[in-house]
Design a protein around this ligand. Sequence first.
Ligand SMILES: [Fe+2]
Length: 239
Amino acid sequence: MHHDFNLTATHVVFMDLPVVFDLETAKSGGGMPFRWRDDYQARLGVLRRDDPHGAIRWFPIDPCYAFHTLNAHDEPGRIVLHVSRYPSLWRQDSHLPEHASLWRWTIDLATGTVAEEQLDDRDAEFPRIDDRLAGLDSRFGHATVAGDSGALLRYDLHTGTGTAHEFGPGRIPAEAAFAPADDRPGGDGYLMTYVYNADTDRSDLVIVDASELAAPPVATIHLPARVPYGFHGNWLADK
Ligand SMILES: [Fe+2]
């Protein structure tokens, strides 16, 4: 099940992970027709962008699953990926009993190995950057904590530190799109997300300053209805 892939200035990196199509599940109507397979080798596939019909070079990694990548970039002799990584997924059914967290995979193109490193133990899904830095070394990354006590996270990938905006019990955010504040890629900007309020059964559109994430929201726009949990969203400036 390929849900997403990684892109750098010079490479594409595919994630071939042990959640695979399962015909019996498809026939039984038992949810998503994919299941975890212990006998399936997890691996990353590296393709050069200047040779798109060339061979994919495969690198084995530990078993896991990742729906979403935060970003990826090239370094001399290496490719660095940041992903929301699940220890496993869909062993018995297609619910989400386990949580994803932020991991870094560093592919060493000379040795053919991958260094795998967990960067934080908080839940972190729907990772997003300033999209103008896609494929480049984005210092900051953002993610959503969508549990019973939701939050938005901001990681400084250069210093290994982070900040959070906590919504508190019963308020659950979705993916947060980054809206730039100016013309500097990687500079200031805002995170915008729908937040479901279980007490009122309605949603708010909440805007927070990404550089002052722990501060109160810049704006909270109360909506007259619930916005169902979505998947992905983007901010498009009105020129
Ligand atoms: Fe997705």
